[in-house]
Design a protein around this ligand. Structure first.
Ligand SMILES: Nc1ncnc2c1ncn2[C@@H]1O[C@H](COP(=O)(O)OP(=O)(O)OP(=O)(O)O)[C@@H](O)[C@H]1O
Ligand SMILES: [Mg+2]
Length: 451
């Protein structure tokens, strides 16, 4: 992309000198000889950064800075100051300048500052664009917490919206952490049963006998410990929805009882004889392959068909990578609010790592990863170092910069350092990758006193 830098100085030589330097860095340079001329340019064309002198006729640098800060807060301004006027530079920083450079200008420092100013601005832009997109999606979707704009997720949400307000049983499948429970929640929330009870049962968390009385209730004395009569979850869910999570875990006896509920909408409490009728919408979820369970004789085929009237499959995150940046932004916001931090975004490199990782634990893993990154992050942008090791190690094509003019010795140290941090400080692996002996590595580390 061709960025435009506006140079404002009343000295012609400085204007042309800086313009030449910036053009050789690949920027488009525009110049103005005073603050007023600069202000006119900013109001009429797209400017990505401003370099401005402080003392100028017509409109001073200070005044220009104030105008830019209030009308175009995302345009970074780098201030040029003469020697001995550091106070005014400090005042400028307080007024929102990105940074300052003293005259005579060190072009290398200026070039670095411009680069940083531009990349900061890009980051900020991406972040605000994603935030806006998120708000828009939230409004459009009515799906509260579910974030996603990939076509795969849109398909899922279309089905959810279509079937939410019916009594059809829904089976939700997908790997662990893909968001099955959120889908179940949305099905209930979007239905006309939303104001009625929503009961969740985690079928794998209870022993088989407990699960039966938990679901269907029991009569007094029906088993040891059943001191009084108790209503089960199906009764509690009457008129509403019941969500049976990990349905692949229930035993044969319960499968039969559940089948009867689905067919006749009635059941008896454990130890009871009176049939109880309920009006309950049944949603189930599993990360098991139920067809395989049926093949293996562990799951009843007739029950499967009853549960699977509507099938919603939630795809793994690696098959909808487009959702990663949006989810990242959403979680960054959630956890920076929760931790009282003001995280502005994530660096390009860190974002690329998240994008390229395969996420075996899906969205739950991404969410945990962002939570820990937010907690560890010291600045206002999440950097590669803030990410868990497992994710940093996943990237095989991490790069480092070796500028022309760097000594061989320095370059070598830079490579060693980068490799070492890439492998989380693992020296054997670092030596192996660099194709040197461990002893050599140790010596080189001592030479540079890297730890
Ligand atoms: N699309 C999404 N947008 C925002 N958060 C999501 C999304 N999908 C999942 N999450 C979050 O990820 C975490 C895991 O989701 P959930 O518990 O629904 O997964 P699951 O498929 O039920 O996993 P498991 O099979 O392990 O029970 C939750 O904290 C949930 O809020
Ligand atoms: Mg779950």
């Amino acid at each position: 992309m061709n960025f435009t830098i506006l140079i404002v100085d009343d000295e012609k030589n400085i204007r042309s000198g800086l313009a030449r330097a910036l053009e050789s860095d690949g920027y488009r340079a525009v110049t103005a000889e005073n603050g007023q001329a600069a202000w006119n340019i900013i109001n009429s064309e797209e400017v990505d950064a401003v370099i401005a002198d402080l003392k100028m006729p017509k409109l001073s640098g200070e005044e220009l800075l104030k105008r830019i800060s209030s009308s175009y807060p995302t345009i970074p301004v780098i201030i040029l100051t003469g020697h001995g006027t550091i106070e005014s530079a400090v005042a400028a920083m307080r007024d929102g300048a990105f940074d300052f450079v003293t005259k005579p200008v060190n072009l290398d420092r200026l070039s670095l500052l411009v680069k940083r100013a531009i990349s900061n601005r890009e980051l900020y832009r991406q972040h605000t664009a994603l935030k806006e997109e998120m708000e828009l999606l939230k409004k459009k979707q009515k799906f509260g917490k579910i974030v996603g704009k990939s076509s795969r997720m849109k398909q899922v949400m279309d089905v959810v919206e279509q079937v939410a307000d019916t009594r059809a049983s829904v089976l939700i499948t997908g790997e662990s952490g893909v968001g099955k429970e959120l889908i179940a929640d949305a099905l209930h929330d979007l239905s006309s049963r939303a104001r009625q009870p929503y009961i969740k049962v985690h079928c794998a968390a209870l022993s088989e006998s407990l699960l039966e009385s938990e679901l269907f209730g029991h009569e007094k004395g029906s088993f040891t410990g059943a001191a009084s009569r108790r209503r089960g979850r199906f009764e509690l869910a009457n008129k509403g929805t019941i969500f049976l999570d990990e349905i692949g875990e229930i035993n044969a006896q319960l499968q039969i009882k559940l089948l009867r509920v689905l067919q006749e909408r009635t059941f008896e409490r454990v130890g009871g004889e009176d049939p109880i009728s309920v009006d309950v919408r049944i949603i189930t979820a599993t990360n098991k392959d139920l067809s395989a369970e049926i093949q293996a004789g562990r799951f009843r085929e007739d029950l499967f068909y009853r549960l699977n009237v509507v099938h919603v499959h939630v795809p793994p995150l690696r098959e909808r990578k487009e959702d990663i940046p949006l989810l990242t932004t959403a979680f960054l916001k959630e956890f920076s609010d929760e931790n009282g931090k003001n995280i502005q975004g994530i660096s390009q490199k860190a974002g690329a790592l998240l994008y390229n990782y395969t996420w075996p634990g899906n969205i739950r893993e991404l969410r945990n990863c962002i939570e820990s990154a937010v907690v560890l992050c010291r600045g206002d942008v999440v950097e590669v170092e803030d990410l868990p090791l497992s994710i940093r190690q996943g990237s095989e094509d991490e790069q480092i910069m070796i500028p022309v003019g760097m000594s061989l010795e320095e370059a070598q140290q830079k490579i060693i350092q980068a490799t070492l941090s890439h492998y989380g400080g693992n020296k054997s692996r670092t030596a192996e990758v660099l194709n040197i002996g461990r002893k050599t590595l140790h010596r080189k580390l001592q030479d540079s006193s890297i730890d």
